[in-house]
Design a protein around this ligand. Structure first.
Ligand SMILES: [Zn+2]
Length: 272
């Protein structure tokens, strides 16, 4: 699933390729993603120009003046910028035709979102209104300390909760915990403030390094940026997806266990 670094990588490529271009055509299929794609809602974008591309957590906002497209890649979504008239890949639910380029939104598993909202009312979009601060924004340390103090839930669950901090998924929550030396199963409420501060720093460093590497493309080849390129952060992963392999710090075997229905990876020696 694309997380903050992958979505930021896509944001940067969309921004570089499409900002300043006018929408000259649009084709939206009425499919059920996380929410229904309403073809009629996309037609008012015709003739507008893309002003900027923003990111909030894992959401992308394409701002066309008074209207904005709210996009989420879900589990398997891809946004690809292609030449006009390029063939449609399977599961392409939305095509925005710009002057000189097309944007294709593909989503085989259909957990993504694609909605049009008035820009002035973005604060009312339910999916956006509930988000905590972006994981790269200021103040992550404070919200983490406050959220951890309120719960006995495992610390990884706190990191995955988009209402606490927006943008982390299993890969980067796992890697931040490894860097901070904290076991994913550790009850959040029992963690000392200094360890949570170290975790906040680890979140920032792992996200910034992953963005610099263009995101993480696992062996399933899932993630591609808007130009169809893979990201190179997978080689830097310390514990994620490395069950039985040596921890990159101490050489102990990385362990995996099921936690909240999703795999948790950790080094039994470095993470306490
Ligand atoms: Zn280790």
């Amino acid at each position: 699933m694309p997380e903050l670094p992958e979505v930021e990588t896509v944001r940067r490529s969309l921004s570089a390729r499409l900002v300043g271009r006018r929408v000259v055509g649009c084709r939206a299929r009425a499919v059920r993603l996380r929410s229904c794609v309403d073809p009629a809602s996309w037609q008012p974008l015709l003739g507008t120009t893309l002003v900027r591309v923003e990111r909030r957590g894992k959401f992308l906002l394409l701002v066309f003046g008074e209207l904005s497209a709210v996009l989420h890649l879900g589990m398997s979504g891809r946004l690809l910028v292609v030449a006009p008239g390029a063939p449609l890949q399977p599961h392409t639910h939305l095509t925005l035709h710009f002057e000189g380029a097309e944007l294709h939104f593909q989503d085989p598993r259909r957990f993504g979102r694609a909605e049009v909202w008035p820009t002035a009312r973005l604060a009312e979009v339910p999916a956006l209104a509930g988000l905590g601060p972006d994981a790269l924004a200021e103040g992550v340390e404070e919200v983490l300390l406050a959220a951890a103090a309120r719960t006995r839930a495992p610390i990884r669950s706190v990191l995955l909760d988009q209402r606490v901090v927006a943008g982390l998924g299993n890969i980067y929550a796992t890697e931040a915990l490894a860097r901070a030396g904290i076991r994913p199963t550790r009850p959040a409420g029992g963690l000392a403030a200094r360890r949570l501060r170290r975790l906040a720093l680890a979140i920032r460093s792992v996200l910034e390094e992953a963005i610099a590497a263009g995101g993480t493309t696992l062996q399933d080849g899932g993630f591609q940026d808007a130009e169809g390129r893979a990201g190179f952060f997978a080689v830097e992963l310390c514990v994620y997806g490395r069950e039985g392999l040596p921890c990159r710090r101490c050489g102990s075997s990385v362990r995996r266990l099921a936690l909240g229905g999703r795999s948790a990876y950790f080094c039994p020696r470095c993470q306490r």
